[in-house]
Ligand binder design. Structure first.
Ligand code: M6R
Length: 365
């Protein structure tokens, strides 16, 4: 059943490339838009959208945060993202020109379903992004974009997170086309680039043996901080969540620029900082954040693309991933963090598939 893996967590993590590819290719209609009948909201309605709201819980919320960058960058429509259980009680401002996207792997998280329903009552149009055909969320929403990650058994999500980002990227490209921020040729090229991330994801996961040698000595430490900037900040959040839920140790995520506004006081020789160094316009700012970390004596593990040696002198360890477009970096940079969280749990003898106190589907508020 487990295809040679010791847990569903590890097996599913290794299915990420297929999850992304199957999701993206199912949302392509030849060279054209996502499968329109599945979206059930026509291009005319989408052209009217003036604000997008994305809601979800946990890992799905983190995918939504990545989605914000994708939609704002590609379609130039303002996006709000919130945790579903908070959004509902914020007395949100919604109208018929607001499109709400509810993300839920299971499609059964009560908070996401009820928040989406409330948005409909307040006049908004809604789309579900879910991995489960016929789930409650898919039935409540006006339209659905399915992720096609296959069943996810492990409580801790892995492959479905990548599939969610893939679906959001496809949506962002489509909306960009409708809004006129992307020419059809560019939209086509961007869809192809997204599908081409699948082999890169596969080769990235295959590096886990190399990563292991690099971080082995840090696996028994128990105070971790994850930092990133821009669209790598949600990746840092996801890395911290994975570590907390699987190994039960303290792990916090911060936008790297925020460290000096408080959290840096916690850094000392016992702390490990995992930093995501993207190949983007914030690269140099990130490097100066890393120098701040280094000066406090914390251990520094940097995730960086091949060929980028700018942090090698500062870092205690570097985890390499293949280079890719900055916009797609979350799809690769999350992988070493998922792998690291799994090892942390393993060296502690913990159950990777069923962490304590957690359920795969949360149907209470
Ligand atoms: O099924 P959902 O995506 O709605 O679940 C939401 C969260 O409970 C879920 O993403 C959770 O945070 C992950 N399983 C953690 O790995």
């Amino acid at each position: 059943v487990l295809d040679g893996f010791a847990s569903y967590y590890e097996m599913e993590l290794h299915q990420s490339a297929e999850a992304l590819y199957d999701t993206v290719s199912a949302l392509m209609d030849g060279n054209r838009a996502p499968v329109i009948d599945q979206l059930r909201i026509d291009a005319y309605e989408l052209a009217r959208v003036r604000k997008v709201v994305i809601i979800g819980c946990g890992t799905s919320y983190h995918a939504g945060l990545v989605g914000r960058y994708l939609v704002e960058h590609l379609a130039r429509v303002p996006v709000e993202v919130d945790v579903a259980s908070e959004y509902r009680y914020r007395d949100p401002i919604l109208d018929a020109d607001t499109l709400v996207i509810g993300i839920s792997q299971s499609g059964e998280s009560l908070e996401t379903i009820t928040a989406l329903r409330d948005c409909q009552v307040n006049g908004a149009r809604t789309i579900a992004i879910t991995n489960v055909i016929g789930s409650q969320l898919s039935r409540v929403a006006d339209g659905v974009l399915y992720t096609r990650a296959g069943p996810e058994i492990s409580v801790a999500s892995t492959k479905t997170h990548l599939a969610q980002i893939g679906a959001l990227a496809m949506f962002a490209i489509y909306l960009g086309e409708i809004k006129g921020t992307l020419y059809p040729d560019e939209a086509k090229r961007r869809r192809q680039e997204l599908a081409e991330m699948a082999p890169l994801i596969r080769t990235t996961v295959e590096r886990e043996g190399i990563w292991r040698g690099v971080v082995e000595q840090y696996l028994l430490l128990d105070r971790f901080f994850f930092i990133g900037r821009n669209l790598l900040y949600p990746v840092a959040m996801e890395g911290a969540l994975k570590m907390k839920e699987l190994s039960y140790i303290a792990a916090e995520a911060y936008p790297a620029g925020e460290l000096k506004h408080g959290p840096i006081a916690m850094l000392d020789e016992q702390a490990v900082v995992v930093a995501l160094l993207g190949d983007d316009r914030l690269h140099d700012k990130m490097l100066s954040n890393l120098e701040e970390v280094r000066a406090r004596g914390a251990k520094l593990i940097v995730v960086a693309p091949d060929g980028d040696q700018s942090a090698d002198d500062l870092a205690d360890a570097v985890l390499r991933v293949p280079p890719c477009l900055a916009l797609h970096a979350p799809l690769l940079m999350v992988l070493p963090l998922q792998v690291l969280a799994g090892w942390m749990a393993k060296v502690r003898g913990l159950d990777l598939d069923k962490p304590r106190n957690l359920a795969k589907t949360v149907t209470v508020e």
